[in-house]
Design a protein around this ligand. Structure first.
Ligand code: KG4
Ligand code: ZN
Length: 349
């Protein structure tokens, strides 16, 4: 078995969707953020914008083009060479199969060539551990709200690797709801940040949409009905810029309120006192403000990754991979990806 030298840096590779991310991290159990040596990212947003969404084949081809130059860049800014690496971590799923295969093949090949272990990382585990990269990181047990383009989940984190899904989306994920709603009001891709920016100009209360599924017990989410409500409101409106902003404000408030209500319920149900917010929608300013306020009122502490580590990045993959490599886990030489992958099926770290 090839053992990882704990003191040596791990290369993290993220290619599950439309961001190529790489990072170098030396595992430091005392302070994981201090171990981050460098990170580099290339976002494909401009490439997909003219199609209004991610085109999987274009995504894969662009990961092929960008990955190795980014690895070189990250090594250079950390002052390292490939021979300094102690292991390689890559996103093995969930995600777009072609995109995942680019990162997995390159990472597996680098690990093989360097004679170091490789580990396939669950993308959502990466997201939920991202707040550990900040100062004063959260310690399990905690509840994590994972809100990205593909997922809306509440997860009970008993320990790293021990996850219980408390609630999931029954249809659209939170980020998907932002993106689709933005698109139907004519905003550019990716809709989430564009809609959030527009909402800042809107007046609260001009449009009020329902908070889906909060009137019944349980922690699941459903956002597709909200999108239809917005469509009807938009079609019946004067379609002015101000109205568009007012609708955006009403929509954002409905999503943020719904997420906050469910977070409070999940904390009550588990008795946890710490809440971790992660994933692209975790970059949303209103969500961050509202949950921080809820924490002050209810006596729980809220942890967020910095904005750059809310959306997809290589640092979170380097971190999750380094933790697993340090505990002796690694993959054999087969290149395997899991476009669908249940978070609860992961082994303890
Ligand atoms: O985690 P992520 O980068 O990729 C996935 O794993 O899906 O999340 C991307 C999602 C997109 O749906 C994007 O619109 C949304 O996060 N997003 C936002 C904001 N920034 C990114 N949604 C609302 N407000 C934002 N500020
Ligand atoms: Zn993601």
């Amino acid at each position: 078995m090839i053992e990882m030298k704990n003191s040596k840096p791990v290369l993290g590779v993220e290619t599950s969707c439309d961001e190529t991310g790489v990072a170098l991290l030396r595992w430091d159990p005392e302070n994981p953020g201090r171990g981050l040596l460098s990170h580099a990212l290339f976002s494909q947003i401009a490439l997909h914008a003219e199609y209004g969404g991610v085109v999987p084949e274009l995504a894969s081809r662009d990961h092929v083009r960008k990955l190795l130059p980014l690895v070189r860049e990250a090594l250079k800014s950390a002052g390292l060479t490939p021979a300094d690496l102690g292991g390689v971590a890559y996103t093995a799923g969930p995600g777009l199969v072609g995109a995942l295969l680019v990162g997995a093949s390159a990472a597996r090949a680098m690990a093989w060539a360097l004679g170091v272990p490789a580990i396939g990382v669950h993308h959502m585990e990466g997201h939920l551990l991202a707040p550990l990269l900040e100062d004063d990181p959260p310690e399990p047990p905690f509840v994590a709200l994972l809100v990205s383009g593909g997922h809306s989940m509440l997860v009970e984190v008993k320990a790293i690797g021990e996850y219980r899904i408390l609630g999931d989306t029954l249809d659209d994920a939170a980020g998907e709801a932002f993106d689709k709603t933005a698109k139907l009001m004519g905003l550019p891709y990716p809709g989430g940040p564009a809609l959030a920016k527009l909402a800042e100009q809107g007046t609260l209360g001009k449009f009020r949409f329902s908070r889906p599924m909060v009137d019944r017990p349980g922690l699941d989410f459903s956002f597709s009905g909200l999108k239809t409500q917005v469509l009807l409101a938009w079609q019946a409106s004067d379609k002015s810029e101000q109205t568009r902003a007012d609708i955006a404000r009403g929509f954002e408030e409905a999503i943020v309120d719904t997420l906050a209500i469910k977070c409070r319920r999940a904390l009550e149900a588990t008795g946890a006192k710490r809440l971790v917010i992660a994933g692209g929608v975790g970059a949303n300013k209103r969500l961050r403000e509202q949950l921080a306020q809820a924490g002050q009122a209810d006596g729980f502490r809220v942890y967020f990754p910095r904005l750059a580590f809310c959306t997809d990045n290589g640092a979170m993959i380097a971190l999750a991979g380094a933790i697993r490599l340090a505990s002796g886990q690694h993959q054999d030489e087969t290149i395997q990806v899991h476009p669908r992958w249940n978070l609860e099926s992961l082994p303890a770290a």
